[in-house]
Design a binder for this molecule. Structure first.
Ligand code: ITT
Length: 194
């Protein structure tokens, strides 16, 4: 089964390919030779995920999936949430986003946060959504250099290190993306049996 993964974020491709292994043939936009910046104009992760998969489906007529992820910080009323990629400005900049996040949180004692991933799959002309959540907290200064995005300030519940201090395998034992992808794989496996 061949599936295009509608993302321009190579970190997401690496993480999801690692989870899926060779069970399915996952092709990134880059591998498919598609070079477009898919708009994410909506106010929810669900709508943006659907926008990305629908855009690529219309373009390729090939089964595909996409995902939208947000970091939801309790003390900031769920910010940066759906705006996670461009929190500090129109250009995607991981370091500036982290700076803004830590500045806005200041010395607040409530450091609770969660990553939420929504995967949108289009297969056999039908649309399906899968969600994965990872609870945790935001530390006061970045630690670690692995991963991407907000990984260096996020410690998942049950761990003592940030995602950026973990290997991809370790991150995947906790991660929002892993949980959503497992649901996707379960669904695809059931389809295969029919
Ligand atoms: P695509 O839209 O092309 O898939 P993107 O990087 O724009 O790639 P999102 O719109 O889902 O992806 O943006 C979510 C942002 O949230 C992303 O740019 C990172 O800053 C952050 N993020 C997402 N997943 C993350 C993770 O596992 N660890 C740390 N930060 C993450």
């Amino acid at each position: 089964m061949k599936l295009i993964f509608a993302t321009n974020n190579q970190h997401k491709v690496d993480e999801i390919q690692h989870i899926i292994g060779n069970k399915f043939d996952v092709i990134s936009l880059k591998q498919a030779g598609i070079d477009i910046d898919i708009p994410e104009p909506h106010d929810t992760l669900e709508e943006n995920a659907v926008e990305k998969s629908s855009t690529i489906y219309k373009l390729t007529d090939t089964d595909c999936f996409s995902e939208d992820t947000g970091l939801e910080v309790e003390a900031l009323n769920g910010e940066p949430g759906v705006k996670s990629a461009r929190y500090a400005g129109d250009v995607k900049d991981f370091n500036k986003n982290i700076e803004k996040l830590l500045f806005k949180l200041g010395n607040d004692n409530n450091r609770k946060a969660r990553f939420r991933t929504v995967i949108s799959l289009i297969i056999n002309k039908e649309q399906h959504l899968f969600e994965g959540i990872c609870e945790g907290e935001i530390i006061s200064s970045p630690a670690g250099s692995n991963g991407f995005g907000y990984d260096s300030v996020f410690v998942p519940a049950g761990a003592t290190r940030t995602f950026a201090e973990m290997t991809m395998e370790e991150k995947n034992t906790f991660s929002h993306r892993k949980k959503a992808t497992e649901k996707l794989v379960l669904f695809l496996n059931k389809l295969n049996i029919r």
